[in-house]
Design a protein around this ligand. Structure first.
Ligand code: URA
Length: 200
């Protein structure tokens, strides 16, 4: 007999509620809570990050920490319309180190398991345009695991057929130094501007 299919939530609120009890992978065990997407459910633009960071894990909200400061500074330059912001993986993955929790990238299987939720968000928002921040989001959205170097700034086709613009993760900018940092910042700003323009 066929394996039982998971119930498909009827709307965004139902999906968020179901995700709060998610046990599709092990990340729920150490993380504080599921961090669901947030924003305008009829937005033309969806911005997808990697996973909640330390701040987001505690707040229970996506993109409220340092990565968002970078993005919102750039948005102040490009302007931005309605947006749905979310992550490829909805639990914080970390390595405890004394009192600190060091970020760890989610692996392929964790990203694959969590795609159930990302796909639901996409079905409910139906964005015109999606901005993938970093390799995890790019992989989740397109199925292509290749590194970002040759992909950044280009529009790819998502698994669901929609356009996905691949760009740097803002945390990557935070770690870059000198002229490199300036170049990466300008590229992320350009990509943000392109995605805003293509979302309308
Ligand atoms: N980085 C991400 O990718 N997502 C967040 O929500 C916060 C930081």
């Amino acid at each position: 007999t066929d394996a039982p299919q998971p119930d498909v939530p009827a709307d965004m609120d139902a999906a968020k509620l179901a995700a709060a009890a998610c046990r599709r992978c092990n990340l729920c065990e150490a993380a504080t809570q599921t961090v669901w997407g947030e924003g305008d459910t009829s937005a033309g633009l969806m911005i997808v990050g990697e996973q909640p960071g330390d701040t987001e894990d505690i707040a229970g909200r996506p993109f409220v920490g340092p990565a968002w400061q970078v993005l919102s500074a750039l948005m102040a330059e490009t302007g931005i319309g309605p947006v749905w912001k979310t992550n490829a993986v909805k639990h914080f993955k970390f390595q405890p180190r004394g009192k600190r929790r060091l970020h760890q990238s989610p692996d392929r299987s964790e990203i694959d398991h969590c795609r159930w939720w990302l796909d639901l968000e996409r079905r409910f928002v139906k964005p015109q345009m999606t901005l993938a921040l970093g390799a995890t989001a790019a992989y989740a959205l397109t199925g292509n695991p290749a590194p970002l170097g040759a992909r950044r700034g280009k529009v790819e086709t998502g698994r669901d057929g929609g356009p996905v613009l691949v760009t740097w993760h803002p945390s990557y900018l935070l770690r870059a130094k000198g002229p490199d940092a300036m170049r990466l910042r300008a590229q992320l700003r350009d990509d943000l501007a392109t995605s805003v323009r293509m979302a309308v």
